[in-house]
Each structure stands twice: as structure tokens, then as C-alpha cells.
Design a protein around this ligand. Structure first.
Ligand SMILES: [Fe+2]
Length: 563
């Protein structure tokens, strides 16, 4: 509802101006899968069906009616299949005239992965893998077992993997996954519980992996690290095999990726290095949010037969800065109303000042222009720091983001400098490729440091840009080009002028467990609740020292519509 309302307002149109409304999957097909699944294993699944059933009936089956009522719209509602929406979101905005398409996620209606082909303004899916055999759900089972939240903690499992050894990989292949040469597989349902139960894994899973799931928030042990590494290795192998099949069946040189598994940027990095494709493009909103974009483009190209134009080497996501923006006047009105201390600055002066603060190891929150679409902060709603600082990683994890100390941070690097810092020869505008920090920048562990246990290793600088170097010397790179984000690019450039270093630490502007900030009020509250030193809010620069005492009253929250 909020999203629809925002889009209509931003476009200055009313529901009656709409020609079509699109929805990114087919609720009835999904309902069929759920019904069949539960009937197939009744009565085991009965309990969970009772819980899931009414919700489905209420919210999903009546999507059509809900959409119309909520919008005040009585035109046509068009539906595309879930993986077709992912595929469309991967291919249509890509910089390729033609490409193979690979989608992988938890599950849509029936499909859990698909291979397809895109040519001009058409896409075709040629192969599908079906529920309950799902790479997304397999990964989520390990997310659950290592004590993280399913559907959002997968990133943490990927980040934890380098601390472990792939000790359980053989066991996964022997017991859990019957993997075929072409990348398709069967999961042994004896070990899972998502068909009928309320958990991801079964007692049989606990038995072979040395105990029950870790209790969330309890101490991480070597077992979780080894489990994380093992499932990551298996996931990468399946991704590689599926990609090879996609290449064989389509004969294409380029690959487009979407679906939640395409957010596994370590896997994407391996696909790029070891896979059969020359170029890879990944939809930045690879999860289900991107489905909205996919169905809209399918309606445009397939249903309305509108042509698609590709501009050489450039995708049409324009940096994925598709969200809300606020005028200087709106921001200043907010700052006045809340009594904040701020200074308005000229553009060049602001860039210089922020770069100087960063060079002095200050942590600066950067709120600039349109918000990013998709899960990554790409320099519009970001918290920034100096990547050369050895204390930055611990400080940002514990004092700013209040999150687990093992998690690494990502770099934003000037696009023309990427090869000077990383083993990466292509652009990675959406932070969806992981690459190694260049050998000549790495600092090897000493003999005394090598036996240190897992997480302690993160506090030892591993390169001359330690804040963004993971313990295996990898980094989740965002390349920044002037064309899509001139302010952010010029800021990094200013930092480079002062320090000689052409990159910054970039982490999303939020704290653990909260969404990324959107409005100036969200931003100010996050700034005041954390140890962020300065906040650049459009052309206004705020110093923590110059702020009035922070009191978050009910009235304040109500005024700015905050929970
Ligand atoms: Fe999906």
C-alpha cells in the first residue's frame, strides 16, 4: 500500500490513469502448491497448514480484490509467474542485446530455479527445477541451523563462511543433496521440515551435523563456521553447474541473474571467474522486490509489444537510485522543526569537509538524493568511514551498527581504480561481486597469529585497507561511476585527493534489525541513537557535538510517522 501510494504520488498520477496493474506471481498456482504439499503429507503438515492456511486465503488468494479495493482501480490486473518475473527483472534492464538467464530462489509457485534466454524484447524460460528441491531453501536450512533468521540471515552465513572449513561438504552431498552433473538436484526430505513443520530442519539433520540448531544470539562456535563454509561451498558448486548448463543450452556469451540466491555475491564472484560466461549482470533487487520491476517490464515488452533499446555497456537501472528523494527545503524544514544544529554548505565545500572528516577517522552518515532500490546501500543512504583505519571495522560493527563483530564491511571504489585494489577487471555497480584484495596489498598472518581462533583473526589488519578486507582477503566491491552518482563519486575523489586512497567503507545507513533509513527524520534519529560523528543530510552538515539533547518523545515519533 505504501509503495503503491508513493509510486502514484511520485509520478503525479491517479489510479484511473493506469492502463494495467501487474502482480509478480500467480497466487492461485502458489495456493495449489501449498494445498498439494499439505495433502501429500497429511496429517504431519496439518498443524502448519492451519497456521498458514487462513493467512493465504485472506491475503494471497484475494490479491486481485485487495489490489483493486486498495487502489480504487477497476482496470485489468495481469499476473506473471514468479520466476518469469525474476527472469524479466534480470534481462530487460541488463546491458545485453541477448543473454542466458538464470534465476534461483527459495520458491515461487512451483519453480525454485529456472534457465531461460533473452533476445531483444523477448524472454523464454526453457528449464525449471521444482519444489521441494530448492537451492534457496537448502541454504536457508543452514541459516536456520546456524542460528540466524531465515530469509534475511543468509548474508551472515555467507560472511561467516571464511572462518570455517568445508568439513561437512561431503556429508551434504552424501546425505542431503543428490546433485546431478547439470546442476539439478534432489533434496532428501528426511532432513528437512519445511514441507510440513514449523522449522527448517528435522531431528535427523541435528543428528548428522552434531547437534541442534544454535540458539539465536548465543556464542558462535567453530561448528557454525564450518557449517557455513560447507553450505557456501555446496551452493557455489550448484550455481556453477547450473550456469554451465545455461550456457550449453543457450549458447550465449552473457548471463543475467536474479532470485534471492543471486544475492550470494561470493558465488557470483566465482561464476565470473570460473563460469563459462564472458559477462554477468545481476539485478540489484535480486530478491522478490525486483519481481515488481520484472512484471512491469514483461507487460511493457510482451503484452504491449514495446521495443527494448540497449545502450552499449550501460544497464538501464541507472545505479538503482529509484527511491524517494527530498528537496533541500523539505530537509531544512525538518531540521528547524526538530531543533537540530546544522550548517548549510556549497556543494564543493561540503564534499571537501566530509572528505576531511573521513580522513580524520570520523564516521559520517551520508544521505544524498534518491534512495536505493534493493537491499544494498550504494551511496545514497550510507554510513562511511576510512578503509585504511585498523580500528574502523570493530568500531562500526559494535558502536554504530550494533551488529555481530564477525561481519566485514564493503568498499565503494572509484570505478577507474578498481584494478589497483582488487583482483577484479569489471564493474560491480551494485555490490554483488566479491573479489580478492590485490596480492601486493595483503598482509600475511605471522606464525603467532595463525593459530588464533576464528573471530579474533578479524581484528588483525589483513591489508593496507583493513576495514574492508575479510579474513580470507576478499571484499564485496561496489564500483562507483560519475554518471550514475556524481556526488558520491566526487566525494570519494575528494577523499583520494587528501589521502591518496580511492575508496571508502560503505555500510547501509541503519542499525541491526532496522530497515535502511528513508526520510530525513529516519536519518536524524539513527544519527542520534548511535555513535555516528557527523551527518550530511543533502547540503546540510550536522555535528553530533552541536545537537540538542536527544529525547525521543511520542509526539516526535507521531509527527514524523516513526514507530
Ligand atoms: Fe523469488
Amino acid at each position: 500500500m505504501h509503495a503503491v501510494k508513493y509510486c502514484l504520488e511520485a509520478a503525479h498520477i491517479r489510479p484511473r490513469d493506469l492502463t494495467f496493474v501487474g502482480f509478480y506471481d500467480k497466487p492461485l498456482l502458489k495456493f495449489e502448491r501449498i494445498l498439494e504439499t499439505y495433502l501429500g503429507i497429511a496429517p504431519r503438515g496439518f498443524r502448519s497448514f492451519l497456521m498458514a492456511g487462513p493467512l493465504w486465503l485472506k491475503d494471497k488468494l484475494y490479491t486481485d480484490r485487495n489490489l483493486r479495493a486498495a487502489l480504487g482501480y477497476d482496470g485489468k490486473v495481469l499476473y506473471s509467474e514468479h520466476h518469469e518475473s525474476h527472469a524479466a527483472s534480470a534481462f530487460f534492464p541488463s546491458p545485453f542485446q541477448e543473454a542466458a538467464i538464470l534465476t534461483m530462489d527459495g520458491v515461487g509457485e512451483w519453480a525454485t530455479a529456472s534457465i531461460g534466454m533473452g533476445r531483444g524484447s523477448e524472454i523464454d524460460l526453457i528449464r525449471e527445477l521444482h519444489w521441494p528441491d530448492s537451492l534457496g531453501l537448502l541454504y536457508s536450512a543452514f541459516t536456520y541451523h546456524t542460528g540466524f533468521k531465515v530469509n534475511s540471515g543468509e548474508y551472515k552465513v555467507m560472511g561467516l563462511a571464511p572462518y570455517g572449513e568445508p568439513k561437512y561438504a561431503d556429508l551434504i552431498y552424501c546425505e542431503l543433496v543428490d546433485l546431478k552433473e547439470d546442476g539439478s538436484f534432489k533434496l532428501n526430505q528426511k532432513y528437512f521440515n519445511y514441507l510440513g513443520g514449523l522449522t527448517m530442519t528435522s531431528p535427523a539433520f541435528d543428528e548428522i551435523f552434531g547437534g541442534p540448531p544454535r540458539i539465536p544470539e548465543s556464542r558462535l562456535t567453530q561448528r557454525e563456521m564450518d557449517l557455513a563454509r560447507s553450505i557456501q561451498v555446496v551452493c557455489e558448486e550448484i550455481m556453477l553447474r547450473m550456469a554451465r548448463t545455461a550456457q550449453k543450452e543457450t549458447g550465449m556469451e552473457n548471463l543475467c541473474l536474479a532470485g534471492g540466491v543471486a544475492l550470494n555475491c561470493v558465488g557470483n564472484g566465482r561464476l565470473l571467474r570460473e563460469g563459462p560466461f564472458k559477462k554477468i549482470w545481476i539485478q540489484p533487487a535480486a530478491g522478490d522486490a525486483g519481481g515488481a520491476l520484472g512484471v512491469a517490464q514483461l507487460i511493457w515488452h510482451r503484452h504491449c509489444k514495446k521495443p527494448r533499446t540497449v545502450s552499449a555497456g550501460r544497464d538501464s537501472m541507472k545505479g538503482a537510485y529509484l527511491g524517494p528523494e527530498y528537496t533541500d527545503a523539505e530537509i531544512e524544514k525538518f531540521l528547524r522543526s526538530t531543533g537540530a544544529g546544522y550548517r548549510r554548505m556549497q556543494r564543493q565545500e561540503l564534499l571537501r569537509q566530509v572528505a576531511e572528516l573521513l580522513a580524520a577517522e570520523k564516521i559520517v552518515a551520508w544521505f544524498n538524493g534518491r534512495m536505493e532500490f534493493g537491499p544494498r546501500a550504494l551511496g545514497s543512504r550510507s554510513i562511511l568511514g576510512d578503509p585504511r583505519s585498523p580500528k574502523m571495522q570493530a568500531q562500526m560493527n559494535l558502536k554504530i551498527k550494533f551488529r555481530e563483530g564477525f561481519r566485514p564491511f564493503a568498499p565503494s571504489v572509484l570505478v577507474e581504480r578498481v584494478g589497483e585494489y582488487f583482483e577484479l577487471a569489471v564493474e560491480s555497480p551494485y555490490m554483488l561481486l566479491v573479489a580478492q584484495v590485490r596480492k601486493d596489498r595483503q598482509v600475511p598472518l605471522t606464525a603467532e597469529q595463525t593459530p588464533l581462533w576464528g573471530i579474533d583473526k578479524l581484528n588483525i589488519p589483513r591489508s593496507d585497507i583493513p576495514a574492508i578486507t575479510h579474513i580470507d582477503y576478499s571484499a564485496r566491491v561496489q564500483t562507483v561511476c560519475r554518471e550514475t552518482n556524481p556526488d558520491y563519486y566526487d566525494l570519494i575523489k575528494e577523499f583520494e585527493k587528501i589521502t591518496g586512497c580511492g575508496l571508502l567503507v560503505n555500510t547501509s545507513f541503519n542499525v541491526r534489525g532496522e530497515p535502511i533509513v528513508c526520510t530525513p527524520a529516519d536519518a536524524y534519529r539513527c544519527f542520534m541513537r548511535t555513535h555516528i560523528d557527523h551527518l550530511a543530510l543533502g547540503p546540510f552538515l550536522l555535528d553530533k557535538e552541536a545537537q540538542p539533547e536527544w529525547k525521543e518523545t511520542e509526539e516526535w515519533k507521531k509527527t514524523f510517522q516513526l514507530d
